[in-house]
Each structure stands twice: as structure tokens, then as C-alpha cells.
Design a protein around this ligand. Structure first.
Ligand SMILES: [Zn+2]
Length: 417
């Protein structure tokens, strides 16, 4: 008999990672539409709301009242999500911290990876962001709690500091790592090619988020993935050549009354953590996330879902998570396909699926700890012994890090704070 699916549909709710975009256009209207479609399909929805942007807009609102208006719209939309029964949890892109507002534009130069910031800076970011979200939602529900966190750009390496901080903030579930994701360049570095658990929730080793550790109160929920096949590659080519994608830069510029500075247009955070150029994706095998983003046709969305579920169905366990990631800022012009996808998800898999918010999923696994993979107390020593016996495993990453740091500081002139 097929295993059960715990389906978690969540939306990374944000404007562009280079600071472009308007809350009304890229967040408010898409959130209304997505909430409507999810409600029609009977699927609960979680918004992972990006908070660095909101704090920056508040900070710059005395320089530009327009940003204050957008910050208030952001706040009321987040309250509306909660009032509509959606789960709302934090998501952070740290490059917003340290950004500046010059001549009508937000300029950024910080690292995309929150885990690379110093202890004090990282903790301050987390506590400011979490306090902001709590204050907004306790305005409509005094019992609101932060339960979960999604890392911006999937980045949680080096792991020790950030996982400790999240534990201290009371976070129980962390999302971000996905098997196969690897991006190493001067601006950014994650490497999830080797994960001890790629699908089920697991307790992380705080020194290395890709390894299973003992229970310290936090579980990692890996992002769902699929192995891209020739049909998937055909869809990729079709999407890359679609008129809507080619017009995407133009759409972003509509929010501005004059030409956007080239330095901002050229800053493309997604390129920093993408899995390589199109030619490489077409020629080599690669994995991709179950990601609703961009001008995907219904046929493509259905194919990605079916392939992912087919892989999960082969796993020998009673219930498996199916984590579906959405970026509603990218759905403009594609809502019909999204609506068809959500209806298909509910109709095709509804009888073997439980649809859950992120917080509901956390409550489920906490009430059934057998669902969380973890090291038993007796296994802790074995892991430590393994490491002690393999010094090159520790030395080699340190050398790579040194080389990256040198490259970042000497070749590009950028050093992570
Ligand atoms: Zn994001």
C-alpha cells in the first residue's frame, strides 16, 4: 500500500533579493490570490515572511514616505494572512541588514548567508526580525508563537552558531537544506550534496547541519527534490525562452519612474546560489526542488509533482513529507496554471495526503517522535570517534574556506561581515 503524504505548501513571501519591487505589486496582490486559490483547493497555506526587507523599509521611511506606506501594507497583509487561517513564520535574507537608501533605491552589499555573520550581528538580526513578526501578529492574536524558520537562500552553513541561536529563540523546525544543492562562489557558499537524511525530519548535528545528531530540540525538514529527467529539461528550455521570462526585468522596472541603476540590476542573488548555467543543467544530471516559481505550465508543474511523489512512494516508511515551495512574487500572469496545479494536487493525491501548515507538521512530529530521525545517546560517541579518525574531513573544508575568504577579500574586494 502507498505511504501517506504530509503535504506542506509554503510561500516565501518577499520582494526581490536585490531590493527591487513594491509590496503592493509583488506581495499584497499575490498573497490575496494565492490565499484564494489555496482555499478553493482546500489546502492550508504557510507564509514564510521575509523580515529583513520590512525592517529596512521601516528604517528608511523617514527618507521616503513611500517606504513607510509599503511597510504598513506589509504589516496589515501579514495580519490578514493570520486572520484568514494561514500559518505565518519567519524567513530572513540578511543582505537587507547594512543596506543603504540612496537616490530612491536600496543598495545592498552584505552576504546572502546569515550563518556567515559574526555572533553578535547574527543574533541581533534574528531577535529584531522575530520581535517584529511577534509584535505584528500579537496585534491580532495574543497567543501567536514562532515555531519554525526558513533560511534565506537555503543557507545554514557553518551551522553551529545559527542553530544555537534558533534553539535559543524557541524555534522547533528549520527549513532550507535540500539534497544536491551546492553553490560555492565568492559571494555565497552552501553544500548539501551529502545529507545523511534527505527526506524525513531529523535532529541535526549542530556542527554540521547535513548530519544527524542527538535531539537538542530542533528538527530539520529537508526540502523535497526530484531528479530532473529529459521531460523536465525540455520544460526548462521552454520556460527559459518564454516571452514572460524574457520580459521579467522589464516588469520589475515598472515600479520605478526612471532607469534602475545598473549595479542593482546586475545584482542577482539567485544567480549566486543557482546550480549552474543552462547548458550544464541540460548536459548533466541534476536535482531540483519542488518549487513553484516562474512561468511554469500546468504540464510542467504536474510532471514535477508526479516525479517527486513517485520517488517518495518508493521509501519504506509510513508517512513522508512532501514540501512544496512557492514564490508568489513570480506568479504574475501564471495564476491559471497555479490554480490547476493546486486542484490536481488535491484531487490526485488527496486520499493519501494530509495537508498541513508548517506549525501543524511540527506539532505532529513532536507528538510522534518516531517520525524524527535522530542519534540515540549511545550513537553520539560513534560519530565523534568517526570524526577523530578522519582528520582530513575537517582539514579539507577549512582549506577551502580559507581559499574562499582570500578570493572574496582580494579578488572581489568583498568580505562577509
Ligand atoms: Zn526568500
Amino acid at each position: 500500500m502507498a505511504n501517506r503524504l504530509a503535504v506542506i505548501l509554503h510561500d516565501d513571501w518577499e520582494i526581490r533579493g536585490n531590493g527591487l519591487g513594491n509590496v503592493a505589486h509583488l506581495q499584497y496582490i499575490p498573497a490575496l490570490t494565492l490565499m484564494g486559490l489555496a482555499r478553493e483547493a482546500g489546502i492550508p497555506l504557510t507564509f514564510m515572511v521575509e523580515l529583513g526587507q520590512q525592517l529596512a523599509f521601516q528604517r528608511f521611511s523617514d527618507k521616503d514616505p513611500n517606504l513607510g506606506i509599503q511597510a504598513r501594507l506589509w504589516e496589515e497583509t501579514v495580519q490578514l494572512m493570520w486572520s484568514n487561517g494561514c500559518d505565518v513564520q519567519p524567513h530572513i535574507h540578511p543582505q537587507w541588514f547594512g543596506s543603504s537608501y540612496v537616490d530612491g533605491y536600496i543598495h545592498m552589499d552584505g552576504s546572502l548567508n546569515i550563518a556567515t555573520y559574526g555572533d553578535a550581528a547574527r543574533r541581533e538580526m534574528l531577535s529584531e526580525c522575530f520581535e517584529c513578526l511577534r509584535a505584528v501578529l500579537r496585534g491580532v492574536d495574543s497567543t501567536y508563537r514562532i515555531t519554525s524558520f526558513k533560511a534565506g537562500a537555503h543557507a545554514l552553513q557553518p551551522s553551529h552558531g545559527i542553530l544555537n541561536d534558533l534553539k535559543e529563540q524557541g524555534v522547533g523546525l528549520v527549513m532550507g537544506p535540500r539534497l544536491g544543492l551546492k553553490a560555492i562562489n565568492p559571494a555565497f557558499s552552501v553544500d548539501y550534496r551529502h545529507m545523511e537524511e534527505s527526506t524525513l525530519p531529523y535532529c541535526p548535528d549542530f556542527d554540521d547541519v547535513t548530519r544527524i545528531g542527538p535531539d537538542r530540540g530542533i528538527a530539520i525538514l529537508p526540502m523535497s527534490y526530484w531528479d530532473v529527467d529529459p521531460v523536465g529539461k525540455w520544460h526548462l528550455i521552454r520556460r527559459r525562452l518564454s516571452p514572460r521570462r524574457l520580459a521579467c526585468g522589464h516588469v520589475d522596472r515598472l515600479s520605478y519612474h526612471r532607469n534602475v541603476p545598473r549595479s542593482i540590476l546586475e545584482r542577482n542573488p539567485r544567480a549566486d546560489y543557482s546550480e549552474g548555467p543552462l547548458t550544464r543543467k541540460l548536459l548533466k544530471p541534476y536535482r531540483a526542488g519542488l518549487n513553484l516559481s516562474g512561468p511554469q505550465s500546468f504540464a510542467e508543474l504536474k510532471h514535477i509533482l508526479d516525479r517527486t511523489v513517485a520517488r517518495l512512494s518508493r521509501l519504506d516508511c509510513e508517512t513522508v513529507p512532501l514540501v512544496i515551495e512557492s514564490h508568489s512574487k513570480d506568479h504574475e500572469g501564471n495564476w491559471d496554471n497555479l490554480a490547476a496545479f493546486l486542484r490536481y494536487l488535491a484531487d490526485r493525491y488527496g486520499d493519501r495526503a494530509e495537508f498541513l501548515t508548517v506549525s501543524q507538521f511540527l506539532a505532529n512530529i513532536r507528538s510522534n517522535p518516531g517520525m524524527i530521525r535522530q542519534l540515540a545517546p549511545g550513537d553520539v560517541q560513534r560519530t565523534q570517534t568517526d570524526r577523530a579518525g578522519a582528520p582530513l574531513d575537517r582539514v579539507f573544508p577549512a582549506l577551502v574556506h580559507c581559499r574562499r575568504w582570500w578570493h572574496a577579500s582580494h579578488v572581489t574586494g568583498r568580505v562577509h561581515p
